[in-house]
Design a protein around this ligand. Sequence first.
Ligand code: GDP
Ligand code: MG
Ligand code: K
Length: 297
Amino acid sequence: MEEKFHSGFVAIVGRPNVGKSTFLNNVVGQKIAIMSDKAQTTRNKIQGIYTADNAQIVFIDTPGIHKPHSRLGDFMVQSALSTLNEVDAVIFMVNAEQKRGRGDDFIIERLKKVKKPIYLVINKIDKIHPDHLLEVMDDYRDTLDYKDVFPISALNGNNCAELVHDLVEDLPEGPQYYPEDQITDHPERFIVGELIREKVLQLTREEIPHSVAVVVERIKREDDEKVLIQATIVVERASQKGIIIGKGGKMLKEIGTRARKEIEFMLGDKVFLELWVKVQPNWKDRQVDLKAFGYRQ
Ligand code: GDP
Ligand code: MG
Ligand code: K
């Protein structure tokens, strides 16, 4: 008899630096080295996809709930809340080294309105004495009606597989939403490219705008919260390359700074943006180039 396939969406919430990204890297493995695409709306992003023979978990980030200082303010919080009521389970991650603080309480207050199973995940247990773990558990015990409590170390992987195993057990039967070997990074790649192109358009004049394409070569998550993005601005003539680079590289620097800020806001992470400029005569007429630059027919 064939084994049933379980799948679903799991949101991860928690204060900055509790180890959410580290956990995802551990669970999803190398795959997350590629940035994932966005979920249904621009407010949520897929952080990583775990796929096994019998299950798939799509981990999503809900920025509004743990970034109360967001520009979008209340709206984001409201959106985050509705997202949390749409996922199959929520991981609330805390840092075993820290006492419960205002940031945690902010999240707890909001999670009270969420009617999905909530897992309390106490991370960084490698940093504390085992006796201390009980205190941390006590600190949180009555804050919410947790489905389960998992002390883990996202860094060395301690207890992470067990957590994933339990999540899978609790997920409903469902389809494999994404191919097992593919994290669809195209939408995010496309938006990153468009943001860079937009800055070029804003900062240049005359024939440049029509001659520019942007190819995002690489989006790579570094450790911690940093994302490395490498992109090439393609133009048709050497003179255009000169304009885009500018005197002493000034123009390219300005394009990069402006694009980086917006990409950072979109991804909710620090971005290290490397830009190159390349001359590719008549790229607009060449079928093969059009494809490479994302303008598929
Ligand atoms: P996020 O902001 O919640 O995504 O947190 P990150 O995953 O970026 O982690 C923040 C910092 O905590 C990084 O320096 C990680 O290396 C570190 N960290 C994460 N998990 C653990 C852990 O289990 N043990 C230890 N010792 N450090 C960890
Ligand atoms: Mg992170
Ligand atoms: K971080």
